[in-house]
Design a protein around this ligand. Structure first.
Ligand SMILES: [Zn+2]
Length: 68
């Protein structure tokens, strides 16, 4: 299910996590060359992606909401 990004935080391993409107969290790593998300490195880049819809697998699986 597509869910827009409403915010971000950093997890205990220093990876960026997007908080989705549904209440689920999703990692948005920048880990080239496998995963290329240079926008997540900068604050302006992250702001520009607010509202961008990611596919939330946790919604599809009816998973409980993540703790922020
Ligand atoms: Zn979700």
């Amino acid at each position: 299910m597509k869910q827009p990004i409403v915010g971000y935080h950093i997890d205990e391993e220093d990876h960026w996590v997007a908080q989705l409107a549904c209440g689920h969290n999703q990692h948005v790593r920048h880990n080239p060359p496998l995963v290329n998300r240079p926008w997540v490195i900068t604050e302006s880049g992250r702001e520009s992606m607010l509202g961008y819809e990611l596919n939330c697998v946790k919604c599809d699986q009816d998973m409980p909401v993540d703790n922020k």
